[in-house]
Structures are given as structure tokens and as C-alpha cells.
Ligand binder design. Structure first.
Ligand SMILES: *Cc1c(COP(=O)(O)O)cnc(C)c1O
Length: 407
């Protein structure tokens, strides 16, 4: 490997400190009852995650069941239309249709090593629920998925998929009855039986060590993409672009490039209907510091510190917080973050589908919208887009938006 190829391994300033902080962000803001469970999880992560035995089993599951490495595709028509060189890292080709399975498999393997008897998980749009149910079925563990009652209604096909995969789906009616309430409920359930239960969180959020654990598991995306760029494009990208909800696919893509000073990193949040509080889910772009679900990060809150409802056309980005490492990477200036609106993202989705034969998830389409904007400001740029998932799950909403306009 050339020295350039190895440069990505020197990841200065990217490890959490002993208290699980990334700069001022992160940490553990949890009730006393959760501390022992998090300590046990931390000990398990320290002991198993880097072990040769765990890594070998994880690599085998990724290769033979998830379908890794996922392809890196050149996008010739988008390249021509945008006046850029566009490459796509194809997490949409991973089993169950998105990057979420990388994390779900890794955490389920960890749960088995920790002696847990069942997996619990939360889900918003249902993608992490489906990935968790699939991983639990594969590895022979029962799985309970907490899902906001509103989302159970909105995402009926994914509820059916989880049930077919053997999971129990529990609708959560408390709070906002969406993702935030589902995470609260899963944390409560974990506290009540931390010995036998493993809580598999779906993004790089929550109290330490979850943001670290999820990032380590998702970094396979960036490691593969980095060596595929060198092999297929003959160079690293000028910029890597990913959508940011909680931030797991983005941190997974970005992390192996942090040491490459020449690679710009750009995260795209859900700009929704616009910049007003309640009209978007862009916690980095429009949020302020505060504590949400165990972590000090940037959140969408009002002047009294009340966490506000969010809006995005994309259910998977519709969350009022973001992983603390992203807040730190924004503050440090290493990663830039912007928002793309619902309209820009749907437009980018139809362009990608029409000209590259790939129907991306609406979440993913935000990254395409951001990349297109980057290309217009940087003609000729070599752009790597994290294609986080496929859009089949979004057909109901696409029927009501893009397809309504086409017919
Ligand atoms: C869940 C999801 C996201 C958002 O989650 P992150 O943790 O920010 O990656 C993005 N894209 C797809 C396809 C998803 O399913």
C-alpha cells in the first residue's frame, strides 16, 4: 500500500476521551439506573470489539450474509450533467436495503458475546427495526422493536417485514409517539433487565459508548470506499458527501477520511420546508447545544429548552438531535454541514433514478442534492456520495409527491 493509501489510518482528534466526549460534546447524561448498564456495555466493547475473534466473525457475516464489500459505482450521466466526476458508494445494495445492517449485525454479535438473551431496538421509519429483526433471526436471538404508534401507522410495510422476520413490534403511545418516544421506551426497558437484554441503538447517538460503537461498526463503509476510490478512480475524492439524520452512515463514510487533509467532508441534513423551528430536522445547521437522550449535542429546541417536533419528507432524517461526534467535527471545522430542502431532495432523487438507474432512499437523496450544489460551485470536482439506502421503502410517499406530479 502506498503511503497515501495509509494516510487515512492516522485519525488525529477522533477518539472520545475517558468520559466519552468529543470536544465539548457527547458524554453520558443518564439516570443513575443506566450507569451500571452502560459501564457493562463499555467493558464489553473494550474487550470484544477489537478482538481478532470478534472481527473475524463480523467480517464473515458482512461478506457472506450482508453482501460486502458493496460496490463503488461511477455515475457517468450525473458526472456529465453536473460537470463533475461522481462516484457512488452503494450501501443500497447491502442486505435489507441500507447501511443499517452493518451496525445491527455488529451489535447483535456483541450482544451474544455479552451473554444477552434478547435484543431490543427502537425504530423510526422502520429500517433499523428491519435490520435488527433480520440480524436477530440470523443469529438466533429473540427481538423486540419499539416503534412510535404514529410510525407504526405510517410505515405499515416495514412493520410487516419485522413480524415476518420474527420480531415483536411494540407501538409506543407516549410523548410524540415517534422515534424520540421509541428511544425513551427502549432505554426504560433496558434498565428494567440489563443482564438479559441488549439494547441495539440504530444510529451514532445516545450516551457513551453508543456513538463510538456505532461509528466503529459503520466505518467499514469509508474503509471500503477509500480503497475502492484508489483502485477504481486512481485517486481519493475531493469531497465525500453523506446525509445526516442521527449521523451513522455519514460518520461511517467520513471517519476513514478524517486524516486525509485534501478530502473535504460534507454532511447534508434535512432542510424540510425551510429554516423555521419545526420546519426542518437540521440540528447541526439550526440547532443549539443541549442534552437529548443521554448526550450533550446540538438539538432543535425552543428558547425554554423544550425539544421541538421536526419535519422532513424523509422519515429516517426526522430527528431533533444528532450524534455528538458530528457536533464536534462541525465545531472543529473538519466537516462542513448544510441542509437540503424536501423539494431539492425529491428533485435530486428523480434525477438519480432517471439518469443512473438507481432509486435512492429519500434520506440518501439529500446527499445527492448537496453534492449537486457542491458540483456547481466546484466544477470538475471528484465527488464521492454515500448512497445510504434504496428507495423502495419510500414508494408510498413518492406516490403522493413526485408521482402525483408526473401523472
Ligand atoms: C436511517 C437512514 C438514514 C439516517 O440515519 P443515519 O444514522 O444518519 O445514517 C439515512 N439513510 C437511510 C437509507 C436510512 O435508512
Amino acid at each position: 500500500m502506498s503511503s497515501r493509501a495509509q494516510a487515512g489510518a492516522s485519525l488525529a482528534d477522533s477518539q472520545p476521551d475517558a468520559r466519552g466526549r468529543y470536544g465539548e460534546f457527547g458524554g453520558r447524561y443518564v439516570p443513575e439506573t443506566l450507569v451500571a448498564a452502560l459501564d457493562r456495555l463499555q467493558a464489553g466493547v473494550d474487550r470484544h470489539l477489537g478482538s481478532a475473534d470478534f472481527q473475524a466473525e463480523y467480517a464473515r457475516e458482512l461478506a457472506t450474509w450482508v453482501g460486502r464489500p458493496t460496490a463503488l459505482s461511477h455515475a457517468p450521466t450525473l458526472s456529465e450533467r453536473w460537470g463533475a466526476e461522481v462516484w457512488l458508494k452503494r450501501e443500497d445494495l447491502a442486505h435489507t436495503g441500507a447501511h443499517k445492517i452493518n451496525n445491527a449485525v455488529g451489535q447483535t454479535l456483541l450482544a451474544k458475546r455479552l451473554g444477552a438473551k434478547r435484543i431490543i431496538a427502537e425504530t423510526g421509519a422502520g429500517q433499523h427495526g428491519v435490520a435488527s429483526a433480520a440480524a436477530a433471526a440470523r443469529l438466533g436471538m429473540p427481538c423486540v422493536v419499539y416503534m412510535g404508534a404514529v410510525d407504526v401507522e405510517r410505515q405499515a410495510p416495514n412493520v410487516g417485514r419485522m413480524k415476518l422476520l420474527g420480531a415483536t413490534v411494540v407501538p409506543v403511545t407516549s410523548g410524540d409517539a415517534t422515534l424520540r418516544a421509541a428511544i425513551d421506551e427502549a432505554l426504560r426497558e433496558w434498565v428494567s433487565d440489563p443482564q438479559n437484554t441488549y439494547y441495539s441503538i440504530g444510529s451514532a447517538v445516545g450516551p457513551h459508548p453508543y456513538p463510538y460503537l456505532v461509528r466503529e461498526l459503520q466505518s467499514v463503509i469509508g474503509r471500503e470506499a477509500r480503497s475502492q476510490m484508489l483502485a477504481l478512480a486512481g485517486a481519493l475524492p475531493d469531497v465525500a458527501v453523506a446525509c445526516v439524520g442521527g449521523g451513522s452512515n455519514a460518520i461511517g463514510l467520513f471517519h476513514p477520511f478524517l486524516g486525509d487533509a485534501g478530502v473535504h467532508l460534507l454532511g447534508i441534513e434535512a432542510g424540510g420546508r425551510g429554516p423555521g423551528l419545526g420546519d426542518n430536522a437540521a440540528s447541526l445547521t439550526f440547532g443549539t447545544p443541549g442534552v437529548l437522550q443521554g448526550s450533550y449535542t446540538l438539538i432543535l429546541q425552543d428558547e425554554h429548552g423544550q425539544v421541538r417536533e421536526t419535519h422532513s419528507v424523509s422519515a429516517g432524517l426526522d430527528y431533533s438531535g444528532v450524534g455528538p461526534e458530528h457536533a464536534h467535527l462541525m465545531r472543529s471545522g473538519r466537516v462542513a454541514y448544510e441542509a437540503a430542502t424536501d423539494e431539492e431532495s425529491l428533485d435530486a432523487l428523480s434525477e438519480c433514478a432517471r439518469y443512473e438507474g438507481i432509486l435512492p432512499a429519500i434520506e440518501t437523496a439529500h446527499a445527492f442534492a448537496g453534492a449537486r450544489r457542491y458540483a456547481s460551485a466546484h466544477p470538475g470536482a471528484r465527488i464521492l456520495i454515500g448512497c445510504s439506502g434504496r428507495g423502495d421503502k419510500d414508494m408510498p410517499i413518492l406516490q403522493r409527491t413526485l408521482l402525483r406530479d408526473l401523472c
